[in-house]
Ligand binder design. Structure first.
Ligand code: HEM
Length: 418
């Protein structure tokens, strides 16, 4: 007798945070958007939080002043280290934009904006291209080594060192001092049970940043650290501690995100060859392609932690005061109510309006740099290796299980020219 296979219960919430979810969270997000758009769940780190998944509600949450970023003030059950960047609290470097509310946030953001200007970023374009080409030369040399299989991991060889080198050079960290930052960045990307180790190196990084900031005060350079130290607004300056926390958050917020833009974006191109060929035929599509790649499989899956300071109602659900809320950017950017055929990668679509770079007062301050680095990273890969292919089947690649970021551990590619 044939016994029918048990069918999944369409009314039951999907498993969140298991391996299948980590590899492809989008079906679970589609279910949540439709059936439980504000969903309380226990996260892998043991914290219970509300997930918000619809586009309109994600934007509302990101713009709502009743949600605070300052856990210490607004979340009574909070223990330092349960949320936020590993090691930041122990290292005394947590007083940065992503953990502050107005008026402190407003004051610091205004000062940073005076130093981290669109002009400073645009001036860096030729240098970013040079760094990208040098890294690709090294990748090609590694791929050609005897005994290898001709493949090279573009996360380690390209996506990771590119943004780290760019922001360090912009900040004005001398080349001979850059290795501790690159080691730390690889540690963060590898995860490899290294959270403690990563936390410890945050302490070294903070010590280094304070020292170099002090030196820049005495001997100014033409760089972002000097500009941060000098920035003033109505007679106010950043203290050396504030400047160190600021340099740290520019570094931290800017590197894993950009790695994932290059990694997730190039993976999407390699697994959608017709779209890749379209981009090769029409390079003018690159800026809109970067927006669509940010929307389609963005680097930041969840916006960073927010906490209710009073009871609020989101999408008809009341969230009590003192609760953590996570806006799921990746779910909002696949919401069919905002983006038609959201699961289709369409490099020509007007994808602006996505929330991959956030929304509201914490909107990514590095967005112009992120977009520029993304554009150049794809431009160099496509121009030099238009026939590149994945060196392993797509389904064998592993995705990070980190809560906030979405990215690949490795991206093995065969670099092929025309
Ligand atoms: C904030 C995404 C690159 C610096 C944010 C937020 C998102 C984001 C979603 C808001 C987080 C929230 O509201 O919880 C991205 C993505 C990037 C990228 C997807 C790359 C593709 C960069 C770069 C820098 C940077 C290159 C600097 C060098 C920052 C800072 C904040 C921020 C300092 C905090 C702003 C504030 O709280 O006022 N980013 N980012 N980001 N980003 Fe980016």
């Amino acid at each position: 007798m044939n016994v029918p296979a048990p069918q999944p219960d369409p009314t039951a919430p999907p498993a969140l945070f298991d391996r299948a979810f980590i590899d492809d969270p989008y079906p679970a997000y589609a279910w949540l958007r439709e059936h439980a758009p504000v969903h309380k769940t226990r996260l892998p780190n043991g914290v219970e939080a509300y997930l918000v998944t619809r586009y309109d509600e994600v934007k509302a949450v990101l713009a709502d002043p009743r949600l605070s970023k300052n856990a210490a003030q607004s979340f009574p059950g909070w223990k330092p280290g349960r949320t936020g960047i590993p090691g930041e609290h122990r290292s005394g470097i947590a007083a940065h934009l992503l953990n502050l509310d107005p008026p402190d946030h407003t004051r610091l953001r205004r000062l940073v904006a005076k130093a981290f200007t669109p002009r400073r970023i645009a001036d860096f374009e030729p240098r970013i291209r040079q760094i990208a080409d040098k890294l690709l030369d090294e990748c090609a040399a590694r791929a050609a080594e005897p005994g290898g299989d001709g493949g090279v991991d573009l996360i380690r060889g390209y996506a990771c060192p590119l943004p780290v080198a760019v922001i360090l050079e912009m900040l004005g960290v001398p080349e001979e001092d850059q290795s501790i930052f690159h080691e730390w960045a690889f540690g963060v990307v590898d995860r490899g049970g290294a959270r403690g180790g990563v936390g410890r190196s945050v302490k070294r990084i903070r010590g280094y940043l304070r020292e170099i900031i002090h030196k820049k005060r005495l001997a100014p350079g033409d760089d972002l650290l000097t500009a941060l130290v000098r920035a003033s607004d109505h007679g106010e300056h950043l203290s050396e501690d504030e400047a160190a926390a600021m340099a740290f958050i520019l570094l931290f917020a800017g590197f894993e995100t950009t790695i994932n833009l290059v990694g997730n974006g190039y993976f999407a191109l390699l697994t959608h060859p017709a779209e890749r060929d379209r981009l090769l035929a029409e390079p003018d599509l690159l800026p809109s392609a970067v927006e669509e790649l940010l929307r389609y499989d963005g680097p930041v899956e969840f916006a960073t932690w927010r906490f209710t300071t009073e009871p609020i109602t989101v999408g008809g659900t009341e969230i009590p005061a003192g609760e953590p809320v996570l806006a799921v950017l990746a779910a909002a950017d696949r919401d069919p109510a905002r983006f038609p055929a959201p699961d289709t990668l369409d490099l020509g679509r007007p994808a602006t309006g996505h929330v991959a770079l956030g929304h509201g007062i914490h909107f990514c301050i590095g967005a112009p740099l992120a977009r520029l680095e993304g554009r150049i990273a794809f431009e160099r890969l496509l121009a030099r290796y238009p026939g590149a292919t994945l060196a392993r089947p797509a389904e064998t690649l592993r995705w990070h299980s980190g809560l906030i970021m979405r990215g690949l551990y490795e991206l093995p590619v065969r670099l092929q020219g025309p």
